[in-house]
Design a protein around this ligand. Sequence first.
Ligand SMILES: [Ca+2]
Length: 211
Amino acid sequence: MKPRVLIASVLALSCAAAVAAPDKFNRTDLGSDWTMVSGSLWITDNQLAGDMMALGTFAPSANKNAGSVLVQLNGVDTQYGAVTIGDAASGMNAFIKIQTQDGTGNFSHGAFYVGNNGGGAFFSLDGLPASSSARLTARVNGTIATMEIDTNNDGTPEATYSYDYGMTFANGVGLGTYGAVTLDNLKTRTLGAPTQRIAAPRLGGEADMSR
Ligand SMILES: [Ca+2]
């Protein structure tokens, strides 16, 4: 009996993986799965790039509440990579980003905003290991959004923050860019609420240089 149980488990894992809607951007044209909400997104060197406050939505993720993307900072100017969850076409979405604006070229700040780089919570990424590349995973469960930042790509986030929007959002994932940032290897999924206890970000009243 044991071998049969093992096979059943492997099949279940395969099915779960197949349900996720990924985009590796390994092509030249962005294609019809993407709809622009603002500005322009395009593909360069098999990665996603865009102009200031560009925002696009990814149709295959319409029923997903979580998006995960590799954010690569290029240079020291202000840049962000953002994952949106919700109906971005109407501005009713969580806008969850990581950003550099301190001149180091490493991630220095994060935000839980609404719309396209709209208002909300902006905060320093205190204690995050210095890094110009990280996987940003964002999800919304009920009114609570969570961002996980994995700077060494080992699947364990170096920093996790959550924020209560006080409102719910529809499913559907999009990506936003500002500056020279490039994004890659998008994975969209249905994820439950995190089981660990997460601190809210410490809000310091700093100015967001991208706004
Ligand atoms: Ca790629």
